[in-house]
Design a protein around this ligand. Structure first.
Ligand code: ATP
Length: 299
């Protein structure tokens, strides 16, 4: 198949500014993604191998996908997207072929980010209940592991995996160099001093913690998200985004985005020639919405 030519190189347009809140996380991702690409010579000089995988976990609708896209945008990296559920549902062998093919295209289009959504579906702990499903999952997982191990020599490719169920992930994926969880501190002692002297102390956080939790937004983050999603709207002076942020505990970013959009629609429904979205439109929508998340689901 002609995969070498005509690779569509898609660099997402989403930027860090399109994501409200999560400042510390954005910074970590920025380092994890941009450094190995922008400072690859420094990594090579000091013999540090860049991370190959970052696992983002957290409840749905809290911007895991958007973060991956923004990271690719910031690093001007090609963006490839795979879904664990989609791979899993394919005919025998097709999922593995698509996985291998995607890694091959990513190598050709490097620097690249491979976003692997619903990773738990493929990378589920081995030994599941149904015999058949174990086989499909295991084959996909072993292909994924092989491809990720092969990234050692590849330059500028990072796998960003996402899941809502981190505990379902096979520990084999968490070995250092895959999605590093600090299980083997000695691995990092080697690079500690070098890294600190190179980039300062904050490097530790990014080099040793590539399993990152993407939490639902707190008050301040909700305010920022509301600001992002009303940026291009005409809203009245009576709209108090801070108060809306206070009143929307447990709302995800996706739900807040929906709230803004719906408020606009309510305004239009009221008067198709409306020129402003007012507080009462936001209130109408807010009172009809209930967050899907519950307190117990927050880690
Ligand atoms: P899932 O687990 O369901 O795939 P996700 O965590 O990947 O969800 P996204 O797909 O990135 O979430 O977000 C869904 C929508 O919500 C996006 O359209 C995004 O614009 C909006 N959104 C979520 N979080 C934020 C945020 N912090 N700032 C701005 N928009 C956000």
């Amino acid at each position: 198949p002609s995969i070498t030519r005509g690779v569509t190189v898609d660099i997402p347009k989403v930027s860090w500014d399109d994501i409200g809140g999560l400042n510390a996380l954005k910074k970590k991702l920025q380092q994890a993604v941009e450094w190995p690409i922008k400072h690859s010579a420094a990594f090579a000089r000091l013999g540090i191998s860049p991370m190959r995988g970052v696992l983002l976990h957290g409840p749905p609708g809290c911007s895991k996908t958007t973060l991956a896209k923004a990271a690719a945008h910031a690093a001007q990296a090609s963006f490839f997207s795979l879904s664990g559920a989609e791979l899993y549902s394919m005919y025998v062998g097709e999922g593995e072929a698509l996985l291998r093919n995607t890694f091959r295209r990513a190598r050709l289009a490097a620097p690249s980010i491979i976003f692997f959504d619903e990773a738990d579906v493929v990378a589920a702990k081995r030994g599941g209940s149904s015999r058949n499903s174990t086989t499909v999952g295991e084959r996909l997982l072993s292909t994924l592991l092989t491809e990720m191990d092969g990234l050692e020599q590849a330059k500028g490719i990072l796998v960003l995996a996402a899941t809502n169920r981190p505990h379902a992930i096979d520990p084999a994926l968490m070995r250092p160099g895959r999605f590093d969880l600090v299980k083997n501190p000695s691995f990092y002692h080697l690079t500690f001093d070098i890294a600190v002297s190179l980039y300062g102390f904050s490097v530790l956080a990014s080099l040793t913690n590539s399993v990152l939790y993407v939490p639902p937004p707190d008050m301040e983050a909700r305010y920022e998200i509301l600001r992002v999603h009303t940026r291009n709207m005409k809203i009245g002076d009576d709209v108090d985004l801070r108060r809306i942020a206070e009143d929307t505990e447990l709302f995800t970013g996706a739900e807040l985005e929906g709230l803004c959009r719906e408020a606009g629609i309510v305004a239009l429904r009221e008067n198709i020639s409306a020129t402003l979205v007012s507080n009462r439109h936001f209130e109408t929508v807010k009172s009809s919405l209930k967050p899907a998340l519950t307190r117990d689901e927050i880690e």
